[in-house]
Design a protein around this ligand. Structure first.
Ligand SMILES: *[C@@H]1O[C@H](CO)[C@@H](O)[C@H](O)[C@H]1NC(C)=O
Ligand SMILES: *[C@@H]1O[C@H](CO)[C@@H](O)[C@H](O)[C@H]1NC(C)=O
Ligand SMILES: *[C@@H]1O[C@H](CO)[C@@H](O)[C@H](O)[C@H]1NC(C)=O
Ligand SMILES: *[C@@H]1O[C@H](CO)[C@@H](O)[C@H](O)[C@H]1NC(C)=O
Ligand SMILES: *[C@@H]1O[C@H](CO)[C@@H](O)[C@H](O)[C@H]1NC(C)=O
Ligand SMILES: *[C@@H]1O[C@H](CO)[C@@H](O)[C@H](O)[C@H]1NC(C)=O
Length: 933
């Protein structure tokens, strides 16, 4: 007590001057105050924090500013998430005593190189610097040498998504104190940098960059490393085993690279790992049985690789596992029983493999919420232990050979049930109607039979999507005495159920947006009314029925978004009443018996039209010029009709600004190629228009509000594989003018359609040379100029077409030597046959002294083999397309078309940069996570 009083006495009476000056007189340092005020004035607006910064007051009291208590120097500045924009003023470098600078998430904050340089030179005590999501796009990576090699005090440096670009060229970084380095989302190229003197590095994040080459061996010197993310780069070669033995490494994320080889066996001896993600690489081989050593593992993701053979029965000791993903590999055999025993598992994805046999009794899985075994070869009945898991929310057993359930389903927490494409027989299990939380049921493509009262489904008051399609033996009873509602149902698929009546009255009070009644026996005219919800941008699929007229559609459906009437018996002229649907985005009437000489002009009322498919009818008309002014129009298919006359009308200034598929093949169009159009197809000229993700807005917004796949009724067979073509990817940029009577030369301007992937001008009467400008079509994968009257040589510029997979120049009058090298080394004789003047490889006719080559016996690229139009695209992108089925759709959502790769085994050739799955955005959260786990 005495001491306390003494202290108080000393404090109050012996140091009054200190007390006085620090609170009143001795304000923060003037130059720092000025620097901060300059900082403030360089931003367009005051923010919450800077609003408290007032000239003449102590800057140490300002929000976001902290000072050293003794020296009164500014040591910390935190203006993260303040919405700052403007340039960082050079005076920031006057804050030379800063230890912590946080300016992250100010998207409009721009750094100049000199400012950053001075700051780093002057603020030599900086320990942490968070500058994520500020704009460093004008800074050259070279100037980072300064930062990387002179910041001896930096412990934490976070520069995520700053737009930093450049090439590191095997740079060596020396940050002696660094512990955490976050650099994700940069555009830095070259090999990963080496760390020569950073022994304490714990967290290293170089994800979502442009790094290439192998993972440097020197990383294995980073013995303190606990967290390593190199996700989403272009790293190749195998995973260095020394990396995997790093004693403290517990979080390892290498997904979405091009790593190959096998998983090194030492890997599994490092039993400290908590999370391992090696997905989306080219890693192969068996899954090592030493996996069982990974007893602390919580998260294992080996998906999208080439692992083969059996899943080893090693999960007995891996009791902490929460998540396992093995999807998209080549795993075979039975699912091991120890996997079914895991008690902490929340998510299990073994889809898209070749697993077989029945599912064993499940003894664990009490916490499992997600189970996908989709697309395997599992068979027999589903055990009751699976049908009663207490926590399951999503169950996907689609695409297997299951024949039945061993008991009723008592998965009361289930929301999504996918059983499509199996061999389920008998009645639809009644127990489904007790699962009141269900939102999605897909029982399509099975052998269910019996009669189902459709009203039963109304018990499921959360049901959003129901598919019963392709159960030929199933009868639906839509009649009912009582009133029932489907107030949540937005998607209903009743394809191929032998329906001969429209079920509309049962759906009166539904909230349907998508109704698929394709491939039934619906006759006569379109229904004269739809569920009310459909009128607002709904999609109605009535393809493959027996409808003969469309007289009634127009009355209420003026806001219908999409209508598929392909493969019906519609005859006569196209009714002008269709044009009352001015909100129509999608209209297909392909494969009907439409005749007449006018596509109704009033269709141009449909200002929102994006897709028009009138292929395979008997329409005799001139080219429907009126479409050219529709701003969003993307796909025009008029193939196999009797359209005729020249196409030369380009009165409008920018015709077809959004067109990406132009297919008018198999008509009687004549005159020169429509040069005027080729000149102006804006979307085909500029890459910007065809970025991934800009897939039909219509499908994503107006109808669906999410990315559900609505067009799955269009299924085609290519090379014996069924492909469901879901959406038209905007990178399918195609022109097909084949089988017409076009004459004259190929216009040079064609070389400007840089995004073109397929070009078919075959079977016309084209003459003249192949324009050299075609060498600019660098996206081209498929080029067919066969059966014309082209003369001259094959321009050597065509060797620039690095993606070209199919080339057909046969049956022309081409001369001279076939260009050699690159893609041209991959084409065979058939590409050139019927041009007696050509010589050189692959033809046996040598150039120079005349030599006759024998006629090639088999005509590989003939119509019989490849059909016309779309099919060769399957070669290029591995994606089958329309032929005889109407318009096809091909899903291509993000980045690598993985499913295409899976189906065809080829590699997608385009490197599409993905910037998804940023694991953590904030360094401190990540650190907490590591500390906690
Ligand atoms: C702060 O106030 C002083 C005196 O009123 C003035 O001279 C100075 O220019 C002001 N500084 C800033 C940055 O506004
Ligand atoms: C460095 O900081 C000092 C104050 O410590 C300041 O006077 C000087 O102007 C600063 N230099 C630069 C280049 O900003
Ligand atoms: C690891 O560090 C040691 C000693 O500092 C050095 O000799 C060795 O070359 C380093 N290894 C790699 C692969 O960089
Ligand atoms: C289930 O699949 C396994 C493995 O392919 C096979 O041996 C077995 O005969 C199949 N069972 C039935 C009932 O078809
Ligand atoms: C159904 O869902 C609700 C809301 O998500 C949840 O509270 C409830 O527990 C679920 N019912 C069952 C049986 O799991
Ligand atoms: C549905 O639930 C009710 C009430 O719990 C129960 O009596 C009935 O047996 C269940 N029906 C089926 C088919 O499981």
């Amino acid at each position: 007590m005495g001491c306390l009083l003494l202290c108080l006495y000393l404090f109050l009476f012996h140091f009054p001057s200190f007390l006085y000056s620090s609170s009143l007189n001795f304000l923060c340092h003037h130059d720092e105050s000025v620097a901060l005020l300059q900082l403030k004035s360089s931003f367009t607006y005051d923010t919450m924090k800077t609003a408290t910064w007032k000239n003449g007051t102590d800057c140490c009291s300002w929000h976001g500013v902290k000072c050293d208590t003794l020296s009164r120097h500014v040591t910390e500045l935190d203006l993260s998430y303040e919405g700052l924009d403007g340039e960082v003023p050079p005076q920031i470098s006057h804050l030379s005593k800063l230890t912590s600078l946080r300016l992250s998430y100010n998207y409009g904050l721009v750094w100049k190189e000199s400012t950053l340089k001075r700051l780093v030179q002057n603020a030599t005590n900086l320990k942490e610097m968070f500058l994520d999501y500020t704009d460093m796009s004008s800074i050259k990576i070279n100037s980072f040498d300064l930062l990387f090699n002179h910041s001896s005090s930096l412990v934490t440096l976070s520069l995520q998504n700053t737009g930093l670009r450049g090439n590191l060229k095997k740079r060596i970084i020396c940050l002696p104190s660094i512990q955490e380095l976050y650099m994700s989302g940069s555009y830095i190229e070259g090999e990963l940098p080496q760390f020569s003197c950073s022994p304490f590095l714990r967290i290293l994040d170089f994800s979502s960059g442009d790094f290439e080459g192998p993972i440097p061996l020197s990383f294995s010197n980073l013995t303190h490393l606990t967290y390593l993310s190199l996700t989403g780069n272009y790293l190749n070669d195998s995973i260095p085993s020394s990396l995997l033995t790093l004693p403290r490494l517990t979080f390892l994320y290498l997904e979405n690279n091009e790593l190959s080889g096998q998983v090194p066996d030492v890997f599994c001896n490092s039993n400290k790992f908590k999370e391992i993600d090696l997905s989306e690489n080219k890693i192969s081989g068996k899954l090592p049985s030493s996996l069982s050593n990974l007893q602390h593992l919580i998260h294992l993701d080996l998906s999208y690789n080439s692992f083969r053979d059996q899943i080893p029965n090693v999960f007995g000791g891996m009791r902490k596992l929460h998540q396992i993903s093995l999807t998209f590999n080549k795993l075979r055999g039975k699912i091991p029983s120890s996997l079914f025993n895991l008690s902490q598992l929340v998510k299990l994805d073994c889809s898209h493999n070749k697993l077989e046999g029945p599912i064993h009794k499940i003894t664990g899985f009490q916490k499992l919420t997600y189970l996908s075994l989709n697309d395997n070869q599992l068979n027999e009945t589903i055990p009751s232990s699976l049908l009663s898991l207490p926590s399951l929310v999503t169950l996907d057993l689609s695409n297997n050979h299951f024949t039945g359930l061993t008991s009723g389903i008592s998965l009361y927490s289930l929301k999504e049930l996918y059983l499509s494409n199996n061999k389920f027989q008998g009645n639809i299990p009644e127990s489904i109607f007790n699962l009141t939380n269900l939102t999605t049921i897909d029982l399509s493509t099975n052998n269910f039979s019996g009669v189902v009262d459709f009203q039963h489904f109304s018990k499921l008051q959360n049901l959003d999507s129901l598919s019963l399609s392709y159960n030929g033996q199933l009868s639906l009873n839509f009649e009912s005495n009582s009133n029932y509602t489907f107030s949540t149902l937005t998607e209903l698929k009743l394809s191929s159920l032998g329906l001969n009546e429209f079920p509309m009255s049962s759906l009166k009070s539904s909230s349907l947006k998508y109704l698929d009644l394709s491939n039934n026996k619906l006759k006569g005219s379109l229904p004269n009314w739809l569920p009310k919800s459909m009128y607002y941008f709904g999609f109605l699929n009535l393809s493959q029925n027996l409808l003969t007229s469309i007289n009634q559609i127009s009355r209420n459906s003026y806001m219908l978004g999409g209508l598929d009437l392909s493969f019906n018996l519609l005859n006569g002229e196209l009714s002008p009443s269709i044009c009352n649907m001015s909100y129509l985005n999608f209209l297909s009437m392909a494969h009907n018996k439409l005749t007449g000489d006018r596509v109704p002009k009033s269709l141009s009322n449909c200002r929102n039209l994006q897709v028009l498919n009138l292929g395979s009818n008997k329409i005799e008309d001139h080219f429907p010029y009126w479409i050219q002014t529709l701003q969003d129009f993307k796909v025009l298919i008029l193939r196999d009709n009797k359209f005729h006359g020249p196409i030369d009308n380009t009165k409008v200034k920018y015709p077809f600004p959004s067109l990406i598929i132009f297919d008018i093949s198999g008509n009687n169009f004549s005159g020169p190629l429509p040069k005027g159009y080729l000149n102006f197809f804006e979307a085909m000229r500029t890459v910007a228009q065809v970025e991934e993700n800009s897939i039909f807005q219509y499908m994503d917004t107006n109808i669906m509000n999410d990315t559900q796949q609505y067009y799955d009724s269009v299924t085609v067979e290519t090379k014996g594989k069924k492909i469901t073509l879901v959406k038209i990817p905007t990178i399918f940029v195609i022109i097909d003018l084949s089988r017409n009577k076009f004459e004259g030369e190929i216009p040079i301007v064609i070389g400007e359609l840089h995004t073109l992937i397929g070009l078919n001008l075959s079977h016309n009467r084209l003459s003249g040379n192949i324009p050299q400008s075609m060498g600019n079509l660098t996206s081209l994968e498929w080029l067919d100029l066969s059966s014309n009257m082209l003369t001259g040589i094959i321009p050597s510029d065509l060797t620039y077409l690095n993606f070209l997979e199919v080339l057909d120049l046969s049956n022309n009058h081409l001369l001279g030597e076939i260009p050699q090298g690159k893609q041209f080394n991959t084409f065979s004789n058939d590409s050139y046959e019927g041009n007696s003047g050509l010589c050189g490889l692959p033809l046996s006719k040598k150039c120079g002294p005349e030599q006759q080559s024998p006629p090639s016996p088999d005509k590989l690229w003939s119509e019989e083999k490849f059909g016309f139009g779309w099919k060769p695209v399957a070669m290029g992108y591995g994606c089958g397309f329309v032929f005889g089925i109407g318009l096809g759709y091909c899903m291509f959502l993000f980045g690598k078309p993985r499913w295409l790769v899976m189906i065809f085994g080829g590699q997608p050739k385009r490197r599409v940069k993905r910037r998804t799955r940023v694991r953590m955005t904030n360094g401190s959260t990540m650190n907490q996570m590591i500390q906690m786990s």
